[in-house]
Design a protein around this ligand. Structure first.
Ligand code: NAP
Length: 326
């Protein structure tokens, strides 16, 4: 009898077809969850889960006695209680690397859009307001030769810094949990304290994972420490920023503009106050969302799943300590 796989939310159709050669794959759209009897029934016999952003709780795990592996189709894994999974002997995997450049492109695009007011001026042209030379109050800010501060100098943070340094002659500052000596060399990047980064950067770009330590890492105090001309970019996770503080910083002119791909609640609820900020560029969490990269992420996730279910160590195992409990 084939092992059962619960596929969830976003897995490429070609990858589902391929997985079906070896497994019984049952696919769910995002909306199904523990209140759906068929979802629960599938969970009860599932050996593996593959998908994007399934909120995994103890309650869910109690309903999944056969589960051996959860294969996330994302690099972030804040949807997973990693310690709890390890204790239960369940492997957790993610899809790093294949999305790094695509996400860096999107987040650097957000930075350019915020600085040069691209979304706002697109609307200006299309709404037929362009009937004279652009008035100076709609001018943007230069990006080239400015100072880019990266908080979270991991894979994506470095790829953003690379675009800034080599493409736009930017000076790179960074703050990170540990020093990145290699990046300091190849990007000529300077490791600085958080306070120094906030005070000295023209662009502050947040790329840390969501964790208890990074929850609301950027709040009122941090915005106050930034330059009044600063542009703040969040490409990481919504919960890393105090959205109330962001709103006030934009409305009061504490900073000049911002761009964000991520929100505390996604999709952003109707009537959310950030929607009224003209100096905020918003994206609907699309960092890795190109057809090519989404497919590659599904392939990597499927490889992780297949390795885990055939007794091998998955290439992108998050909870290496799980071995002790298997
Ligand atoms: P990564 O390589 O693990 O980089 C994360 C970096 O953050 C690491 O260098 C880490 O430091 C640092 N860090 C962690 N906690 C910190 C803290 N409290 N203070 C300072 N630095 C801290 O991960 P990645 O592949 O670059 O991805 C980063 C995050 O981007 C993901 O976790 C995800 O949330 C987000 N993301 C968003 C999108 C999107 O669509 N917008 C797409 C992909 C990823 P150490 O090196 O010392 O561990």
């Amino acid at each position: 009898m084939k092992k059962v796989i619960l596929a969830y939310n976003r897995v490429s159709p070609e990858v589902i077809t391929q997985l079906k050669e070896d497994y019984e794959v049952i696919y769910f759209e995002k909306n199904e969850y523990l209140d759906d009897p068929f979802f629960v029934q599938t969970l009860k016999k599932a050996s593996g889960v593959i998908g994007l952003d399934l909120k995994v709780t103890k309650e869910l795990l109690d309903l999944a006695p056969e589960l051996k592996i959860i294969s996330n189709v994302s690099v972030g894994y804040d949807n997973l209680p990693v310690d709890e999974l390890s204790q239960r002997g369940i492997m957790a995997t993610n899809t790093p690397d294949v999305l790094t450049d695509t996400t860096a492109d999107a987040i650097f695009g957000l930075l350019l859009a915020a600085a040069r007011r691209i979304a706002e001026l697109d609307h200006y042209v299309k709404s037929e307001q362009w009937n004279e030379l652009l008035p100076p109050h709609l001018f943007g800010m230069d990006v080239h030769h400015k100072r880019l501060g990266i908080i979270g100098m991991g894979r994506i943070g470095q790829a953003i810094a690379k675009r800034g340094h080599f493409g736009f002659d930017m000076e790179i500052l960074y703050h990170n949990r540990s020093r990145k000596l290699e990046a300091e060399n190849w990007l000529n990047a300077s490791y600085v304290s958080m306070d120094e980064l906030l005070a000295e950067s023209d662009f502050v770009c947040l790329m840390v994972p969501a964790s208890p330590e990074t929850k609301q890492l950027i709040s009122h105090e941090e915005f106050k420490k930034m330059k009044q001309t600063a542009i703040f970019i969040n490409g990481s996770r919504g919960q890393n920023v105090d959205e109330d503080a962001l709103y006030h910083a934009l409305e009061n002119g504490t900073i000049w503009a911002a761009g964000t791909d991520v929100f505390t609640e996604e999709p952003l609820p109707a009537g959310h106050k950030l929607l009224t900020c003209k100096n905020l560029v918003t994206l609907p969490h699309i960092g890795s969302s190109t057809a090519e990269t989404e497919h590659k992420m599904s392939v990597v996730a499927a490889n992780n799943l297949q390795a885990g279910l055939s007794g091998k160590l998955p290439p992108n195992l998050i909870n290496k300590e799980v071995k002790l409990n298997r």
